[in-house]
Design a protein. Sequence first.
Length: 337
Amino acid sequence: MWQTGLHCSLVGASGIGMGRDVRGSVVHAFLTWLVVGLVTASMAGELPAKLVAAGAFKDRFSGPGKAVDGKVETEFVFHWANKGGWLVLDLGAGQVLEAVEITNAREDRVFWLTEVYVGADGVHWRPLLGRKTNLSMWRPNETTRVTLADAVGRYVKLAFSGGGPRGGIAEVKFIGRPNRPERHLLMWATDLERDYLAKMDYFEKDLGITDLWLDSVESAFPQTNRNSGFKPWVESGALATLRERNIRYWLGEHESFGHLVNTPEALHDDLAWRTTLRRMREIYAEARKLGFRGLVFDAEDYDGVPKAVKERYKDQTDYVSGWTFNDEFGYAGGYYQ
């Protein structure tokens, strides 16, 4: 752990967090975490869902609650399936949503899951698919599992379309887990035995953590870390132990981008970026095979901008960092745009 104190906030299981490393009264570095899912499989389970609202073309529908009653014999039915129908469901609390399972009707089967939306209040929505997804139709009551990019929300809206005069959905199930960002632990530690293997009970039983963000393992970027490589983690049984305890582990990219963005010239260095992308493909493929849940990009600004570059931009911003070059990011600067 970073002994001098780390102030941070996190958003969901995937997303962006902001923070600062504070040493005494001096802000040493501004940090941004970009959290990216790598693996779809996890220790997730079925989430409870309660009907909130439903609709269809000209409000011609019946039995929307039957889509979440646990019985494939009962169905949510809507007329003129080409125009579609929709359901709004309450998951009871903020949940990490990983997949949805749709069981088609016995007779009036539907072509498409048109879209999946998530939201915090049941009014404002964010789409997760961006296109239609085909549902199995050849046999009665076939189930289609649609994997989702990890999203956090309490309310889910499902839209269906395609078919004959009527369409039906027999059952809907959501797969995921409770959203507990306070139980994600960022580890900046470099002793496998002392900092991890000896603390497994502490992680699981005392802290109740669900996710470990592991730095100093392997990196696709140039860093100042003393990385271990994957081999010690496999041979020590640490990764297997984390899986047995249902603790998900993420690959941390500490200081990612930092050495590649400190001048406009560095941003346009194609050779350096090609090397970085090649290393990303190699390392992240191996991480996925080893069960890492995803990536945590810690994009730090350690004030590595040369004086000449600061002078060039001094009239455009009061602080010149690697993210404030006008031509690349605009006058205000911006992360990951």
